[in-house]
Design a binder for this molecule. Structure first.
Ligand SMILES: Nc1ncnc2c1ncn2[C@@H]1O[C@H](COP(=O)(O)OP(=O)(O)O)[C@@H](O)[C@H]1O
Ligand SMILES: [Mg+2]
Length: 369
């Protein structure tokens, strides 16, 4: 019998915008995407997931309820994807479901992606692989980023490249050129800092919209260089890799503290700063922290940040991964399809040089169909 090499990847990141579902076929020389579906989260699910990212009363009850709602949304995305591709559950070997990160504390030995893989398997009739990050953390790693091994598998070429994923948080993969002395060097990768998360939060606070469509609002503002320098003095940016971060650090409370230190308390006695200039400064913060990390390499960008035009333009030489054959909104979900396949084949999914783990590890737990 032919090996079933079709895997579904489900990715819902720190932007909490919804879930991207991709059906990947690994039977050929190159990974092929057979289809993509994006299902936005309902505003109720979005709000409950965002609330779970901070401590509060009744967390266990709320997490339980949110895990059920999340698996239902995931199941719906899988249904939409199967309908789109004309395939059935029997045609798919497994689903790789990242889950929703509600706490990431590798320094304390844990990372928690809310999920309900048992329910997702019941809803879809497909095996589910989940909890990809914990094993790497247990082995002393950051548990993140996990996409660099996949980036290396599909994007490595005879020239050095940087692949940058701009989700809520941004992460970079530094790929050495193949067939050169440099190729012996390890693939490196780390979270560069905020991607869209502060942009989204500031935009929502001042315009009521969950994100700045095409970056049009921020494009009309002017960068406050002094504020930018203050933001860039955050110690995380200068920390050597391996490193990973999340909304525990880069959130509006962190940003409000920086504004206050800068003497621009909103509505208070301090200096006033136009909200749109702040947005432009946040665009520059994401762009500058990425540019500092890629170190002059050819840069290929994926994730929703591709659609923020001033952000994309502010990263020198940036091109979309579409230019090298992969839709930027599918890269991360494809990576989790690939990670599910690695788990099924008992192959490692982490790169110890990236995460800092003691060694390569098979990542994820399997919930059979
Ligand atoms: N048309 C658009 N214009 C501007 N920004 C966009 C657009 N589409 C998506 N984005 C940005 O991308 C984010 C979602 O990116 P995504 O890669 O899904 O991140 P995550 O992995 O964190 O969910 C949105 O929150 C928004 O900031
Ligand atoms: Mg998303």
């Amino acid at each position: 019998m032919l090996l079933n090499e079709r895997y579904i990847g489900l990715m819902s990141g720190t932007s909490v915008d919804g879930v991207d579902a991709v059906l990947a076929d690994f039977s050929g020389h190159r990974v092929a995407s057979l289809g993509h579906a994006h299902l936005p989260f309902s505003s109720a699910l979005r709000a409950s997931l965002q609330a779970l990212m901070q401590s509060g009363a009744d967390e266990i009850e709320r997490a339980g309820d949110a895990s059920v709602a999340l698996a239902q949304a995931y199941g719906e995305a899988v249904r939409a994807l199967l309908a789109k591709t004309g395939l059935t559950s029997k045609d798919v070997a497994a689903i790789g479901a990242h889950g929703q990160t509600i706490r990431h504390r590798p320094e304390r030995g844990f990372t928690w992606q809310l999920n309900h893989p048992a329910l997702l398997s019941e809803l879809t009739g497909i095996a589910v692989v989940a909890d990809f990050r914990s094993r790497d953390v247990a082995a002393g790693g950051q548990g993140a980023p996990l996409v660099p091994a996949f980036h290396a598998a599909v994007f490595q070429s005879d020239a050095p490249r940087a692949v940058v994923n701009i989700g809520g948080i941004a992460n970079v993969t530094l790929l050495p050129a193949t067939g050169s002395p440099e190729a012996a060097q390890p693939v490196l990768g780390f979270d560069t800092g905020p991607g869209n998360t502060l942009l989204d939060a500031w935009c929502e606070r001042h315009t009521g919209k969950p994100f700045d469509e095409r970056g049009a609002w921020g494009a009309t503002g002017r960068v406050d260089e002094a504020l930018l320098a203050r933001l860039l003095s955050e110690p995380y940016f200068a920390k050597p890799a391996p490193k990973s971060t999340g909304r525990e650090r880069f959130n509006l409370a962190w940003f409000d503290a920086a504004l206050a230190a800068h003497g621009v308390a909103e509505g208070a006695s301090g200096r006033m700063l136009n909200p749109v200039d702040v947005q432009a400064t946040l665009v520059a913060l994401t762009a500058r922290s990425i540019a500092n990390a890629v170190d002059g390499r050819a840069v290929f960008v994926c994730g929703g940040g591709v659609f923020n035009e001033p952000l994309f333009r502010a990263i020198p030489g940036a091109r979309s991964t579409a230019d090298i054959g992969v839709d930027p909104m599918q890269v991360e979900a494809l990576a989790f399809a690939w990670l599910a396949r690695q788990c099924f084949n008992s192959e490692p999914g982490n790169l110890p040089a990236v995460t800092g783990a003691r060694g390569p590890r098979v990542l994820g737990a399997v919930y059979p169909a």
